[in-house]
Design a protein around this ligand. Structure first.
Ligand SMILES: *[C@@H]1O[C@H](CO)[C@@H](O)[C@H](O)[C@H]1NC(C)=O
Ligand SMILES: *[C@@H]1O[C@H](CO)[C@@H](O)[C@H](O)[C@H]1NC(C)=O
Ligand SMILES: *[C@@H]1O[C@H](CO)[C@@H](O)[C@H](O)[C@H]1NC(C)=O
Ligand SMILES: *[C@@H]1O[C@H](CO)[C@@H](O)[C@H](O)[C@H]1NC(C)=O
Ligand SMILES: *[C@@H]1O[C@H](CO)[C@@H](O)[C@H](O)[C@H]1NC(C)=O
Ligand SMILES: *[C@@H]1O[C@H](CO)[C@@H](O)[C@H](O)[C@H]1NC(C)=O
Ligand SMILES: *[C@@H]1O[C@H](CO)[C@@H](O)[C@H](O)[C@H]1NC(C)=O
Ligand SMILES: *[C@@H]1O[C@H](CO)[C@@H](O)[C@H](O)[C@H]1NC(C)=O
Length: 788
């Protein structure tokens, strides 16, 4: 084998590293037989960052360096989309064992770096290409050009007569009996060199069982760059010759490849190659182009589906690949804002047949890339006011970008959120490989800025969001800002109220902005102290305020008093916190009933419901009762009770003027006639006597002596006393009217004589505040019966 010499070149033998191949994890190593090369790929996650390969054959171990790879038919490249390092070894590469151009075996070492130490894995792969060899095959690899021709059709055709003569001339004159090579260059006399010299210059020649192989790195001194139809082409034209006795054998080998850099236009990455790369390869017709990606052709329908386009313009083949076509690789990059680029490892096969039925197969490995394309993320306001929370959607986030943190109104929260119960963020992955993040922050969250607008009775909630996104794996950050705003109704709070038998219960669920209002009872602010003072039962926690207002406690209003019952009304005011202006109120009116009642109104009226059952038992009839003035009868009676309502200073009332108080007293009298009939000879000694008294503080009276009108600041304090005639002399304690004006309204039981069991024990009196309409404001008494 005349061209076996290339193996004889002495190369530095690398030291055998400890070989181990047993512990490559499953899936970390990929080996495939492709049409014209071994494909070996290793996962970078297994090999560490700087793995390398060594080719191994009977003569030694050869480190595949960049330069060595280009000369010997190896191509090492990173496949970022898969996180792999890929080694493509031509079947004609220097250290591949070749059996009849049919069975190829490649022995190699993979050197991986694990924790600083190099581990070597001895590996091998054997391939038998299923695709038969064409007459002529040209491979335009990333780093070299390789041409192989069948040795029986190496006779060149199509060479211009003059060139051919010139070459033959030189061959005859200079060739020794050994093979020589001349590199043809435009406008330069070729000088023959020995194959050894050619090898030293980086060229490889080999004669296999049936093929002549020539390989050259790009950019060799003997390569020439031309343009064919405006497309840059690099070519190396080698003419091999050997003079044996009277015969000169001569072989033309042309390696030519399109060096088009690719372009980007209208969403397509484009690449061009002339149909005929070199005059020696011209006269081709019936060109067929197949397209593929990552070193593998795809079927025509698949290519069409992916949008790969092959077009011929004049004699130029133009390839267009959609920028985001399947099979490509995309990467985000921060350049001010977010950008991206796409890389497509184009694999192209061009098959042509010339006049002599010589088949030529050209293969290109070319990397196409887009320029930096803007890739904005977007935010959308998906807030639904009714939910009372902000919903902000961040969309079109590429897969290799991660949301690292958000600043909410300047406060940083790393993502995913921890320790926050109220706001959260969720991620969605869309079928188009984009991510979306939904951020939810309740309007009332402490991070939300709230601003109250009195005019609109609305609360403005504002949330400035600053998303921190990082591009992986570099962790390069960029920011995306948005701001959302919402207005919510901010009307004053309103209590819910329910009636009970003994009072009214008010309930208020706290809202975060309720601090804008003060809760008032009359002119006072509702405080725990005030509640205690007035006998309200108040409980207040973070959730709600509960206020129980017992009947007859301070600030009630009463109306429609009948024997059946009456209505009690209680009002809670909402005042503006700043101006104290009343903004709204909750008023609740409830029906109540009670056995006895006395009310001393501010406009000078006494209303009394008296229980006369004791009198009845001794023969009295409520309907036949009257006041001190016998012409003043009851307004309403039933079996046991009577209702009187009369101006204080009428119906025979006794008026007592003290230093500080004035009191009006009257009495319910029974018809003596009737009574005497029933109980002759015992005129009244044990008859129940019912007296009623209204006491007013003088300080609160405006027109005591007015004939026409009585007007009091506060209602009077009422008192009903039941007593037997015989006990008339006994002083019944009364509530000091001062308790009204000093607002000390604690319950005070009457002290009564032992053995005596009165139906009424104590009377509770409340006054109604000045600023509530004086008209109709009434005092009241509650008569409770409690057992001794
Ligand atoms: C090729 O590798 C296999 C294991 O992967 C091994 O059994 C075989 O001996 C190797 N062959 C050569 C020629 O190294
Ligand atoms: C095709 O070739 C013709 C003639 O050579 C030339 O005029 C025309 O500009 C070419 N078109 C393109 C797209 O290159
Ligand atoms: C989260 O909450 C836990 C327990 O409540 C606490 O120990 C931890 O420090 C909190 N972490 C942060 C970041 O606030
Ligand atoms: C996110 O927050 C909302 C309201 O705060 C809540 O309804 C939802 O369940 C939360 N989701 C997760 C995943 O915590
Ligand atoms: C991806 O899909 C989502 C959801 O269908 C859509 O909102 C988004 O606009 C799409 N993005 C791109 C870049 O097509
Ligand atoms: C967004 O957050 C980043 C990181 O904290 C900060 O550098 C940047 O200034 C913020 N942008 C604005 C507009 O606040
Ligand atoms: C966001 O959505 C809410 C609710 O639909 C709306 O009130 C508000 O005006 C929108 N715009 C901004 C900038 O927040
Ligand atoms: C009830 O409690 C809340 C806090 O839990 C407080 O803001 C509010 O002032 C309290 N209200 C009253 C009337 O004490």
């Amino acid at each position: 084998m005349a061209f076996g010499f290339c193996l004889g070149v002495t190369l530095l033998l690398s030291v055998w590293a400890t070989a181990k191949c047993d512990n490559i994890p499953n899936g970390a190593l990929h080996m495939e037989c492709r049409d014209r090369y071994f494909m070996i790929a290793v996962d970078l996650s297994f090999t560490g960052n700087n793995p390398h390969f060594e080719a191994v054959d009977g003569t030694g171990v050869y480190v595949i360096t960049k330069q060595y790879a280009a000369q010997c038919g190896y191509s090492v490249s990173l496949v970022p989309s898969l996180g792999r390092l890929e080694l493509r070894a031509s079947y004609f590469s220097c250290h591949t064992d070749n059996k009849d151009d049919e069975v190829f075996t490649f022995n190699f070492n993979l050197i991986a770096i694990h924790e600083g130490t190099e581990d070597s894995y001895a590996l091998n792969q054997t391939c038998s290409p299923s695709l038969p060899w064409s007459h002529r095959e040209i491979t335009c690899e990333e780093n070299y050009m390789e041409v192989s021709v069948r040795s029986d059709v190496a006779c060149p055709t199509g060479t211009k007569k003059d060139d051919w003569d010139a070459v033959v001339q030189t061959a005859y004159t200079s060739a020794a009996s050994d093979w020589q090579v001349m590199f043809q260059r435009i406008d330069e006399e070729p000088t023959p060199v020995s194959l050894n010299e050619a090898h030293d210059q980086g060229y490889e020649f080999d004669l296999t069982d049936g093929r002549l192989v020539f390989r050259t790195p790009y950019g060799q001194p003997d390569s020439f760059s031309t343009e064919v139809n405006g497309v840059p082409v690099e070519a190396v034209h080698a003419t091999l010759f050997s003079k044996q006795s009277w015969v000169v054998l001569m072989v033309n080998l042309v390696a030519a490849c399109s060096m088009h850099e690719g372009s980007y236009d209208g969403g397509y990455m484009m690449w061009e190659t002339p149909e005929a790369l070199h005059p020696l390869l011209s006269g081709l017709h019936e060109t067929q182009v197949n397209i593929g990606v990552n070193g593998e052709l795809v079927a025509q329908p698949v290519a069409e589906e992916r949008g790969y386009i092959v077009e011929k313009h004049n004699t130029t083949v133009e390839i267009s690949i959609p920028y985001n076509a399947e099979g490509g690789y995309r990467k985000s990059i921060v350049s001010g804002d977010l950008h991206e680029f796409y890389i497509f490892d184009l694999y192209l096969e061009q098959i042509s047949v010339d006049e002599d039925q010589v088949h030529t197969r050209l293969r290109f490995h070319r990397t196409l890339a887009t320029p930096l394309l803007s890739r904005p993320v977007f935010t959308e306001n998906r807030t639904v006011l009714e939910e009372r929370m902000f919903t902000a959607y961040l969309g079109d986030v590429p897969e290799d970008v991660e949301l690292a943190a958000v600043h909410l109104n300047g406060m940083e929260f790393s993502v995913p959120f921890t320790n926050t119960s109220s706001h959260n963020i969720s991620k969605v992955v869309h079928p188009n490989n984009t991510l979306g993040y939904t951020l939810k922050v309740p309007f009332d969250d402490p991070v939300v800025v709230q601003q109250f607008s009195k005019e609109d009775a609305a609360m403005q909630h504002t949330l400035d969001i600053n998303y921190t996104l990082t591009v992986l794996p570099e962790n390069e950050p960029f920011y995306h800002l948005t701001s959302v705003m919402a207005f919510t109704d901010a009307s004053p709070p309103a209590f819910a109220a329910v009636c009970t038998e003994s009072g009214i219960i008010f309930k208020l669920d706290h809202r975060p902005f309720d601090y804008l209002w003060d809760i008032g009872i009359g002119s006072d602010l509702l405080t725990p102290e005030l509640a205690a003072q007035h006998g309200y039962i108040m409980s207040n926690d973070s959730q709600s305020l509960l206020l129980e207002v017992p009947l007859f406690s301070h600030s009630y209003e009463y109306k429609d008093v009948t024997l059946k019952g009456f209505f009690g009304t209680f009002e809670i005011l909402m005042r503006d916190h700043e101006t104290s202006e009343v903004q709204s109120s909750t008023i609740k009116t409830c029906p109540f009933s009670t056995t006895e009642l006395i009310m001393c109104s501010t406009d000078g009226k006494m209303t009394v419901v008296a229980d006369l059952s004791l009198a009845i038992s001794s023969g009295g009839v409520p309907a036949r009762t009257n006041l001190a003035d016998k012409y003043c009868g009851p307004k309403e009676t039933d079996g046991t009770r009577a209702l009187f309502s009369f101006p204080l200073n009428s119906c025979g009332s006794t008026i007592k003027l003290g230093k500080e108080h004035v009191s009006y007293e009257n009495e319910i009298l029974f018809s003596k006639k009737l009574h005497a009939l029933k109980n002759p000879g015992d005129s009244g000694n044990d008859i129940d006597r019912v007296t009623m008294k209204c006491t007013y503080a003088l300080g609160g009276l405006f027109r005591l002596f007015s004939v026409y009108r009585f007007e009091s600041d506060t209602p009077g304090v009422g008192l009903i006393v039941h007593s037997a005639k015989s006990t008339e002399g006994v002083q019944s304690p009364t509530i000091e009217p001062t308790t009204v004006s000093t607002a000390r309204r604690t319950r005070r039981p009457f002290s009564v004589r032992p053995g005596y069991r009165p139906p009424a024990q104590y009377i509770k009196v409340q006054s109604i505040l000045k600023n509530i309409s004086k008209k109709g404001a009434i005092g009241s008494s509650q008569v409770n019966v409690t057992p001794y």
